[in-house]
Design a protein around this ligand. Structure first.
Ligand SMILES: [Zn+2]
Length: 339
């Protein structure tokens, strides 16, 4: 499978949290948390269409100013998502500046800001530079399942976690897709055409084998329509599960949080998860409302993720990041906490 999303931690595991997710072939990107964004070039920031903020502790949110600075004057809309009170926080940030001449700018910069409340209620507001970033209320919505945002082939799901303040975990998912084998089409004497779209839809919906599909047959007389049962066409295609990337930071280590994270991250290709403290410092981790590396590894194991990407290390372990990674990876592999 050719991955359509490439991710990297903007500041490595020790720096302020921020994950840059580049959507290949679309010149577009998403950000998960807005820690220090200064390592990202303006070109990269200009690609950001969506920004998801787990919570507004400063290390996760201080980069908003950098994003604003680079995008200002551009004709651009950024969809932003965060937990309860997020709209107020964006408003406060925007209103820290003087906008008396912003109306003269050509480009209109728009932030469509949504905050997630318990029960899946989402409040939204628009801030646009043309109106000096005055708050414009948008209709209230309700999340379908746990899908917070959909964009093309991608969707972002969220879970509300407890960090002694609401903190959102996120999962970026590509919907399943269908690959058609051209060689098998040739073997069956079938011609490519718009009918393959109907075939793909039927396969993704897991339709029964007797579902009729209007195909195109190639013969000496030319190309003629033919109706075939879906069952006869299954061998033409492979259904490929989409890519899934989960991002979880800042959560207390308790049963409810762990269950929510495991559900969110279920069978992800990669789970970026905070490994803030060592198990030996579990009491401190509890006081600070963070996971230990050991717990993060266990969560990744139980969620059956393919790869664990430890992040958000406490600076108390500077120069010793490998110890945190090792503790997490050992738990992930089902080994004990110490070597
Ligand atoms: Zn944090």
């Amino acid at each position: 499978m050719r991955p359509i999303v490439h991710c990297h931690l903007v500041n490595g595991p020790f720096g302020d949290p921020s994950l840059y997710a580049e959507i290949m072939f679309e010149r577009r990107a998403m950000l998960f948390d807005l820690g220090d964004l200064s390592p990202l070039s303006p070109r990269k920031l200009l690609r950001v269409s969506h920004a998801f903020v787990s919570h507004a502790h400063m290390d996760h949110f201080a980069g908003f100013d950098r994003l604003l600075r680079v995008l200002l004057g551009r004709e651009k809309t950024v969809a932003m998502y965060g937990p309860a009170d997020f709209i107020d926080r964006i408003e406060h940030k925007l209103h820290a500046y003087t906008w008396n001449v912003i109306g003269n700018y050509d480009g209109n910069l728009i932030f469509d800001v949504s905050e997630v409340h318990d029960g899946g209620i989402v409040w939204s507001a628009r801030f646009q530079s043309r109106h000096a970033f005055r708050r414009e209320p948008m209709p209230e919505a309700r999340i379908e399942g746990d899908v917070l945002a959909s964009c093309g082939a991608l969707q972002v799901r969220c879970a509300v976690l407890d960090h002694a303040t609401p903190c959102l975990g996120f999962a970026l998912e590509e919907r399943a897709h269908v690959n058609i084998w051209k060689t098998r089409l040739d073997e069956l004497g079938l011609e490519v055409g718009p009918w393959l779209g109907a075939l793909k839809r039927a396969l993704l919906q897991d339709a029964p084998d007797d579902t009729p599909i209007r195909a195109l047959r190639r013969s000496d007389e030319g190309v003629t329509p033919v109706t075939l049962p879906l069952g006869a066409l299954r061998a033409l295609a492979t259904v490929v599960a989409g890519q899934k990337i989960a991002y979880v930071v800042d959560a207390r280590d308790h049963v409810a949080n762990v269950a929510r994270i495991e559900r969110l991250a279920w069978r992800a290709d990669v789970l970026f998860i905070e490994c803030t403290f060592l198990l030996a410092d579990a009491a401190h981790a509890m006081r600070k409302n963070h996971l230990t590396a050991h717990r993060a590894g266990l969560i990744a194991r139980h969620a059956q993720v393919k790869r664990l990407a430890p992040c958000h290390f406490s600076t108390r372990y500077a120069e010793r990041g490998d110890v945190l990674s090792e503790e997490a990876q050992r738990a992930f592999q089902g080994l004990g906490p110490t070597a």
